[in-house]
Design a protein around this ligand. Sequence first.
Ligand code: PRF
Length: 373
Amino acid sequence: MSREFSFELLGENGAARRGVVHTARGDIRTPAFMPVGTLGTVKAMYLDQVRDAGADIILGNTYHLMLRPGAERVARLGGLHEFIRWPHPILTDSGGFQVMSLSGLRTMSEKGVTFQSHIDGSRHEMTPERSIEIQGLLGSDIQMQLDECVALPADPDAIRRAMELSVRWAERCKTAFGNQPSRAMFGIVQGGDDARLRETSAKALTALDLKGYAIGGLAVGEPQDVMLAVLDATCPLLPGDKPRYLMGVGTPQDILRSVARGIDMFDCVMPTRSGRHGLAFTRRGRVNLKNARHAEDLRPLDEESDCPAARDYSRAYLHHLVRSGEALGGMLLSWNNVAYYQQLMQGIREAIEAENFPEFSARTESEWERGDL
Ligand code: PRF
């Protein structure tokens, strides 16, 4: 646990960056995609599969884990890594976003947010200090500041107030986090779709000299071109020697276009959630296994993949499993999708190294367009 957290920039191709985040629990190759393990499980997958698919880090959620099984309990059980048997890096989200999207009645104040559990209606208080305390009890390697994220479109005044509050909460989180060389606390840029508010946020957070910077408040209802314009306005203002994490994004296309603008880390429920709903991501685009056209299709999703879920099972069988509501359908498709996302990230990393990322990106997008194999 003694190795210091650091970020090493290995290469650049335009604004796209190839790097490594060094943590006490191992290296994270960037650009990285972090499968979401909200409740200490990447849903419907064994963590060995997640690892073998190529994931260096997974994400956990403060909000969910504090409610069940409880942060103090996880700490007594040896910490989250030990509890879930994942010895590699874990990033935890702070809870701010999940309180907004999941909890019942909530009240925001300067101090923090009080909310009602979506599980049993019990009342809880989340302050910046408590969020960092919980993330420490979990043993998270990369901890996120508590922030306020507003869904778009939103009133400009509400966007500004949430951004300013988030900056003040970043300062309190930094103080609460203190000096922990082997771990990191990231700030979160807010500011909605307003480039000037994003600039204010990015500058204020940069002045705090944090170990990494996330961009929050995107993929919350705005069109993709708005999100990309915010990245164009924000990435150049963030320090080049710190990792940049775009929270809750996204589709494979969002990822390619965001890497092109200088994003290093991503997380999203899309590969696992879509998998449980019968949707497969492949080199040739998305395949909806619910569709009757697959009922007698003996081809696998991708015979060239090294993921068994993509290579060894017929579309007909996957269709049958999904139609029958069998658990194995969601398991195989989640596995396929997490493996596809990791293959995409590996391709992105290699292309940046070879300095042909724009060509790789264009080729990858046009392969999706071509459709079925
Ligand atoms: N803040 C936090 N977590 C998040 C977001 C945010 O803005 C988003 C927005 N896409 C996803 N997850 N703390």
